[in-house]
Design a protein around this ligand. Structure first.
Ligand SMILES: NC(=O)c1ccc[n+]([C@@H]2O[C@H](COP(=O)([O-])OP(=O)(O)OC[C@H]3O[C@@H](n4cnc5c(N)ncnc54)[C@H](O)[C@@H]3O)[C@@H](O)[C@H]2O)c1
Length: 293
């Protein structure tokens, strides 16, 4: 039997987690947002409020809808407080050990029928499911960034995911007004299997001196009609997340064509992770982004 989803937990309140909380609350679900960092929770709420206000000013939603959505979101700093959720979506950092630890602690406090999902960009859903007490109720629900704007969500079944879990997840995503692409459980699924090697190749193009940051981004915007250049997009996604996805592709598909560019590794080692740390392929600390190479 499909689970009736009313209350949704979101773990990780970074750029993706706050977006998922935003669209779920706007879709009429009660939302419990969790993070290990109280500061991240506070800034997530400020981001959600700002993004809902922008939607009101663009006449995409009413002031009343904004107010009700904000009232539906509660912030919590322990996993115990997710105990009454019908669906919990994990959206913490793209590190398999972190996610596995979260699932172990989380499952101990959940109702047996609760669906557990991961917003992972690349990690095997089957492997993550195996670290839970409910592989048949585990699924990949992969949102795109920025969540309130992007229309697509990828749904990924693990080897054990049952039909009821798939159907309930499908219904939940449809209620958010998103379109669904179903992907098999292969490293990085569909969107990132195609997108990330392109971004990694753009970084190689920079590394080998074929073009500088500005030339590469301009070439792809004006020459291929991409709305953002690949390096600008990498900064937007987060360079740590880009590196993790390339590592999953490289290890998971065992093909050297997916090797992460050493320059990407260097930026991550420097802590230059893109927009979220104010520096990546561009420096965002001034009035206008300035290329760093
Ligand atoms: N950035 C993107 O474009 C994008 C797109 C789709 C999916 N994703 C996936 O979404 C997930 C989150 O990415 P993000 O870009 O929001 O990262 P982010 O760095 O903005 O946020 C991660 C958040 O997780 C929190 N966190 C870390 N450990 C935690 C724990 N044990 N419990 C609770 N919270 C914890 C951090 O404090 C932080 O607030 C990753 O799995 C990523 O691959 C990212």
């Amino acid at each position: 039997m499909a689970v009736m989803i009313k209350k949704v937990g979101v773990i990780g309140s970074g750029q993706m987690g706050n977006g998922i909380a935003h669209v779920a609350a706007l879709g009429g679900f009660d939302v419990v947002l969790n993070d290990v960092s109280a500061d991240r929770l506070k800034s997530a709420m400020a981001t959600i409020t700002g993004n809902l206000t922008r939607q009101v000013s663009k006449k995409l939603i009413t002031e009343d809808a904004k107010k009700s959505a904000l009232e539906r979101i509660s912030l919590v700093d322990t996993l115990e407080e997710l105990g009454s959720c019908d669906l919990v979506i994990e959206s913490a950092v793209e590190k398999e050990e972190t996610k596995r630890k979260i699932f172990q602690d989380l499952c101990a406090v959940l109702k047996p029928e609760t669906i557990v999902a991961s917003n992972t960009s690349s990690i095997s859903i089957t492997r993550l499911a195996a670290s839970t007490d409910r592989p048949e109720k585990f699924i990949g629900i992969h949102f795109m960034n920025p969540v309130p704007v992007m229309e697509l969500v990828e749904l990924i079944r693990g080897i054990a995911t049952d039909d009821a879990t798939f159907d309930s997840s499908k219904e939940f995503v449809s209620k958010l007004g998103k379109q669904i692409a179903v992907s098999e459980d292969f490293p990085a699924f569909i969107v990132n299997r195609i997108l990330l090697p392109m971004i990694n190749e753009a970084i190689y193009t920079l590394y080998e001196g074929v073009g500088n940051v500005e030339a590469i981004d301009m070439a792809m915007k004006l020459g291929a009609h991409h709305p953002m250049g690949p390096l600008e997009l990498a900064d937007f996604i987060g360079l740590d997340t880009c590196l993790s996805i390339m590592q999953v592709l490289h290890e998971g598909l065992a093909d050297s064509k997916y090797r992460p560019c050493p320059l990407l590794v260097k930026y991550v080692e420097a802590g230059w992770l893109g927009r979220k740390t104010q520096r990546g392929f561009y420096d965002y600390r001034g009035e206008k982004p300035v290329p760093t190479r």
